[in-house]
Ligand binder design. Structure first.
Ligand code: 5AD
Ligand code: SF4
Length: 464
């Protein structure tokens, strides 16, 4: 017969289910949440029904993203009614922005916590899970959105474990953003910029590599403004790239997101100089009109941006470029919009992310009249996407027939025995293993793949 658990024994592990929305920073934060919770006795589950704790990690970059995240909470309402001991938490940027108000807006949520509170998540959850015996209506509900001062901010070190780590890893190099792009909520939700010390960045890259990662993407809201080193020429980001590029065992290095205002010639030159730095640059332009860029407070003109693209193409002529575009910004005229289309035609990005302007609370642009009607925003968005579709098709088409080094990330989602991976230019490739007896053994390897076809957003290839 099994003996009953002794008093004070930890009992069976509790389970956490996490659903996340938004950017890579949110993906990174979720990975840290899993780690801090694992250390306090939680296991991950993919099944909300069997969870003791459900976390929704939200994004507030556009109104649509915010709605998506809030309605995700609604999907767990019935579950929460059935199992009142289940804890429901909302984290991320909507949580940070709304705080207590979110507890009122979603009455069945137990905990609201901002991105700076991840390290303290076990304490917050511990406090709330101690009230299992308390009737639901009397239970404490908590909103924790304190922002840690820049001087006191400590980055949470990732704790990658062999067998648990993907081929590609995200490593944060900064948090927050000191820019004031007029449309953007990030400075409000993520606070002032803090650069992570380079020793921490390098140690984390080394830990990921030791645990099996082969590619690292350095992430931050404005990586070019990184200033954690204090180099004499002030170009700390170029120096950080150089140091990370030299980490033994690392096969590939990427970074995102860049801001043109801080993008330097030295970083452009790194594409020619650093052997592991992939030929891909995501450089959000937002608009092709200097007038709109000024109204967005982006601090560069169309001409300056084009010059930076020229530096990059000089260093790496076949580089794959991507960008973010906002259409329908307050005051954007048809002429401004045509400038965006002409910029796309001129630069010929491999891919773009395009959005209709969405006014965000507390941003400088919120006070500008949102004067491009929704139907016109949609028309402009469709026009941008139609033009880009042609350009992407031409850009992907140029790859057909080439043999490219591809880092194999795993089995393709379609489940037809194909592998998937990425080119240096960040194009996803589905790969026919061409009779290879053990395709799985190739995961994590950089292998030559002959590109056989270009699809809408991806490539097809075969092992060479
Ligand atoms: N409306 C529309 N798009 C936005 N973005 C940021 N804020 C807004 C907004 N208020 C877009 C920008 C940014 C990307 C991450 O999201 O293009 O680069
Ligand atoms: Fe969304 Fe920006 Fe927050 Fe990322 S930082 S989750 S993009 S609002």
């Amino acid at each position: 017969m099994l003996s009953p658990p002794s008093p004070g024994s930890p009992g069976p592990p509790r389970r956490v289910f996490i659903e996340s929305f938004g950017c890579q920073m949110n993906d990174y934060d979720v990975a840290r949440m899993r780690e801090v919770l694992r250390r306090s006795g939680y296991e991950d589950t993919q099944e909300p029904e069997e969870a003791d704790l459900i976390i929704i990690n939200t994004c507030s970059i556009r109104e649509k993203a915010e709605h998506k995240a809030i309605s995700a909470a609604g999907r767990f309402k019935a579950l929460k009614e059935r199992r009142p001991e289940l804890l429901l938490a909302v984290g991320g940027c909507v949580a940070q922005q709304e705080g207590e108000a979110l507890l009122r807006r979603i009455p069945f949520v137990d905990l609201v916590f901002g991105p700076d509170q991840i390290a303290r998540l076990p304490q917050h959850v511990g406090l709330l899970s101690g009230q299992r015996q308390v009737p639901a209506r009397l239970r404490l509900r908590v909103a924790r959105t304190e922002v840690i001062d820049v001087e006191d901010y400590e980055f949470l070190d990732a704790d990658p474990r062999p067998g648990d780590v993907r081929v590609t890893a995200l490593v944060t190099i900064q948090k927050g953003c000191d820019n004031e792009c007029a449309y953007c909520i990030v400075p409000t939700t993520r606070g002032r910029e803090v650069s992570r010390p380079p020793e921490q960045v390098l140690a984390e890259v080394e830990r990921f590599v030791a645990a099996g990662a082969r590619e690292v993407t350095l992430i931050g809201q404005n990586v070019n403004a990184y200033h954690g080193i204090g180099t004499p020429d002030g170009d700390d980001f170029a120096e950080l790239l150089r140091r990370v590029d030299a980490v033994p065992g690392l096969l590939r290095l990427r970074f995102t997101t860049s801001h043109p205002q801080f993008f330097t010639r030295k970083v452009a030159a790194a594409f020619a100089e650093l052997p592991r730095l992939c030929p891909w640059l995501h450089l959000p332009v937002q608009s092709g009109s200097s007038r709109v860029l000024q109204r967005m407070r982006r601090n560069y003109t169309r001409e300056q941006y084009l010059e930076q693209i020229a530096w990059v193409r000089q260093a790496c002529p076949d580089i794959s470029l991507s960008t973010d575009i906002i259409v329908g910004y307050p005051g954007e005229t048809e002429r401004d919009f045509q400038d965006t289309l002409s910029l796309l035609s001129e630069i010929r990005y491999d891919f773009i992310y395009s959005f209709a302007y969405s006014p965000r609370p507390g941003t400088p642009a919120q006070h500008l009249p949102d004067d491009v009607p929704p139907a016109e925003k949609s028309r402009r968005l469709q026009a941008v996407q139609a033009l880009q579709k042609e350009i992407t098709s031409e850009r992907l088409g140029r790859m057909v027939g080439r043999t490219e080094p591809v880092l194999i990330e795993g089995m393709a989602r379609m489940g037809n025995g194909q592998l998937c991976g990425r080119t240096g230019g960040n194009h996803m490739v589905n790969i026919d293993p061409a009779g290879h007896t053990d395709p799985r053994a190739l995961i994590g390897q950089l292998v030559p793949v002959t590109i056989t076809a270009a699809r809408t957003h991806t490539l097809a290839g075969t092992l060479s």
